[in-house]
Design a protein around this ligand. Structure first.
Ligand code: AHM
Ligand code: MG
Length: 351
């Protein structure tokens, strides 16, 4: 459904003194909020849980978008002292700020039992299942943050799972669910515009933050990854450290007139792959047997988005969404993108 500007201008003509709000424009101008409510109506007996959680994510990401844009002015770029996160990676000041913003926005939602963040070693347990904690939200608050100082696109990645009755605490065991069990996933890219990409298992929709009205508005519904795009996205500087099969794929891609695009910020690289096609790879290396990316809040949500858009997401010869997690911050190799492009890589992979 396009963001129909003529309709929008029409509204302003009728009500010159009023700021049009998205809901007033009917089908042609749909806010994230109204979209989620409409999605929920598809399920008889829906409780409104989703709109409640997603509105908190929307609020958090609008706040983070604002912080990212003002970072240099507010002098919050750069390292957060000598602090390292659970992965022994240097934390940026904005990693910490984004993490706190998300926890502040999600923490008050009565149906969230646990939060899992890349920046925190343990889950934050908010309430038990018995007390209404029905969902867990797993997130990377600010992915690609080492690029922040140079105004490169960074993003927030999120995954929502249902907590089961038996796991009353909402602790680590409760959130170790394979990606196929996600009920919603997506990301927000803080780039030249702020883009919210969402799937609730019914295709992939894309919203853009309209700063003038402070709302995410729907710009594309039911996105499909184009096939036949000869782009690979990989940190090619690691070629000597990649397994032989990946090196053979790259040699084939060179001979087959592929081009390369690599931003080094997963949200931006995946977003390009979603819209333009191609394949994104973060394989194992000699020094990192499982690659770098984290399963629960990086690979899984991106895999759900990509599959819902008709693509494929694999690791070690199987669907990323079928990997049974063993620990909260475990890593996984990642190959995702247009189905045909992933097939091409797969032909080279050793069993
Ligand atoms: P981060 O979560 O610490 O920001 O690291 C993840 C990022 C991804 O956004 C990106 O795909 C990858 O690291 C790039 O890694 P490399 O510099 O090894 O290519
Ligand atoms: Mg990350």
């Amino acid at each position: 459904m396009p963001y129909d500007l003529s309709r929008y201008r029409g509204l302003q003509n009728i009500m010159p003194d009023t700021n049009p709000i998205p809901e007033l424009a009917g089908d042609n101008l749909t806010s994230l909020q109204s979209h989620i409510l409409a999605e929920e109506r598809r399920y008889p007996g829906a409780t409104g849980d989703f709109s409640w959680i997603l509105s908190a994510i929307a609020l958090a990401t609008k706040t983070i978008a604002n912080k990212v844009r003002r970072a240099r002015i507010d002098d919050v770029l750069g390292d957060f002292g000598d602090n390292r996160n659970v992965h022994e990676e240097q934390q940026q000041k904005l990693d910490v700020i984004a993490n706190e913003i998300i926890k502040a926005c999600l923490g008050a939602r009565a149906n969230i039992g646990a939060l899992v963040s890349e920046e925190d070693e343990e889950p934050t347990v908010l309430r038990t299942h018995a007390d209404g904690g029905r969902y867990a939200v797993l997130f990377d608050p600010l992915d690609g943050s080492s690029n922040l100082d140079f105004s490169v696109g960074v993003g927030t990645i999120f995954s929502i799972i249902r907590l089961e009755d038996g796991h009353a605490t909402g602790g680590e065991q409760a959130v170790l669910r394979k990606g196929a069990r996600q009920v919603a996933a997506g990301y927000v890219l803080y780039g030249s515009s702020t883009v919210f990409v969402l799937t609730t298992g019914n295709g992939v929709d894309m919203f853009v933050l309209d700063q003038s009205i402070g709302a995410y508005v729907l710009v594309k519904s039911k996105l499909k990854i184009p096939d036949g795009t000869k782009i690979y996205s990989i940190n090619e500087a690691y070629t000597q450290r990649f397994p032989q099969d990946i090196r053979e794929y790259l040699a084939w891609a060179h001979e087959t007139n592929y081009t390369s695009r690599y931003i080094g910020s997963m949200v931006a690289d995946v977003h390009r792959t979603l819209l333009k096609g191609g394949v994104f790879l973060y394989p194992p290396t000699n020094d990192r047997a499982e690659g770098k990316l984290r399963l629960l809040y990086e690979a899984n949500p991106m895999a759900m988005v990509i599959e819902e858009a008709g693509g494929r997401a694999i690791a070690r010869g199987r669907r990323i969404l079928d990997i049974v997690p063993e620990s909260l911050h475990q890593r996984t190799p990642v190959i995702l993108g247009g189905a045909e492009e992933v097939d091409h890589v797969e032909r080279f992979l050793n069993p």
